[in-house]
Design a protein around this ligand. Structure first.
Ligand SMILES: NC(=O)C1=CN([C@@H]2O[C@H](COP(=O)(O)OP(=O)(O)OC[C@H]3O[C@@H](n4cnc5c(N)ncnc54)[C@H](O)[C@@H]3O)[C@@H](O)[C@H]2O)C=CC1
Ligand SMILES: O=C(O)[C@@H]1CCC=N1
Length: 267
């Protein structure tokens, strides 16, 4: 299987790392290209043994999959520059936030297109990835797509219309968790812990809780920590008084709305 990564930033690197580490692809089956940063491509070649797409872009002709991994504003230029080199059998796998299958097909015609929304935990094989595909994607190609994506974490197949919600929850989600960790660390320091101890305790608390979440119901886990009239109840009461769930709901709603707006902006 041959893959060309068009866009060679952090998301493309996370995926390349997963594919090679899990032996889904050999380094020589992967080629990378970007807008103009040659040094970045040389780095990826040295680090992972992947190929660099050459001037004539012949690598595109033999590609089974084309990973699109650039910012939404760059999709039009990127697709316009490669469309004449694509074979009719290649699947375009886009991880670009917001930009629809229909918009991608506007530039490349009726090629099979899949849209995935991974997150940066792909780097350690723990992405939560949502994926949707067009009707031109064959059953075999769907199978290959699941394989490619499961090498970087868990995969959930959704309708394309649900990808804005997937983006708001899973694509952006790690940043909310990091923000919460920052806030807990600052609060720990304000309550008398040293910065080093605060960070160590927060890291381990998040890590342990994330592991526990894999095995039990979320609300049940919370209830087990919360003694009647105890410390956790006092802490949660402060969250409830400040409408924590309402804040999280707004956060996800705004992120999903932004994903939709990006789609409209670049359609
Ligand atoms: N970073 C994240 O957490 C996630 C990002 N995404 C999506 O992945 C996409 C890429 O994000 P990052 O890797 O973080 O961005 P990045 O800024 O690290 O990389 C973007 C890459 O696109 C290349 N590029 C720009 N214009 C190009 C063109 N005309 N032709 C070829 N390559 C071109 C750049 O040279 C660069 O290599 C974005 O659309 C983003 O919405 C999706 C899920 C999570
Ligand atoms: O913030 C963004 O637009 C991208 C999409 C999901 C995560 N990062």
């Amino acid at each position: 299987m041959n893959i060309v990564c068009v866009g060679a930033g952090s998301m493309a690197e996370s995926m390349v790392h997963g594919w090679i580490q899990k032996k889904i692809l050999k380094p020589e089956e992967i080629a990378v290209t970007n807008k103009s940063d040659k040094e970045r491509l040389e780095f990826l070649k040295d680090e992972y043994g992947v190929k660099i797409v050459q001037e004539e872009k012949n690598e595109l002709k033999n590609a089974d999959f084309i990973l699109l991994a650039m910012k939404p504003k760059d999709v039009e230029a990127a697709l316009t520059s490669i469309k004449d080199k694509l074979s009719g059998d290649a699947v375009i796998l886009s991880v670009v936030a917001g930009v629809s299958i229909q918009t991608i097909q506007k530039y490349v015609g009726n090629l099979p297109v899949a849209r995935a929304m991974p997150n940066t935990s792909a780097k350690i094989g723990k992405s939560a990835t949502g994926v949707a595909w067009s009707r031109y994607v064959s059953t075999n190609q769907q199978h290959d797509l699941r394989n490619l994506l499961s090498s970087i974490g868990g995969v959930t197949v959704v309708e394309e219309s649900q990808l804005d919600a997937v983006t708001a929850v899973a694509g952006s989600g790690p940043a909310y968790i990091y923000y919460f960790a920052e806030a807990m660390t600052e609060a720990a320091i304000q309550n008398g812990l040293s910065p080093g101890d605060a960070k160590k305790l927060v890291r381990q608390t998040f890590s342990g809780a994330a592991d526990m979440l894999q095995h039990e119901d979320f609300a049940e886990l919370r209830k087990k920590v919360t003694s009647p009239n105890g410390t956790t109840a006092a802490g949660i009461a402060a969250l409830e008084k400040n409408d924590f769930k309402g804040i999280v709901s707004q956060c996800v709603e705004q992120a999903a709305a932004r994903s939709q707006a990006l789609g409209r902006e670049f359609e």
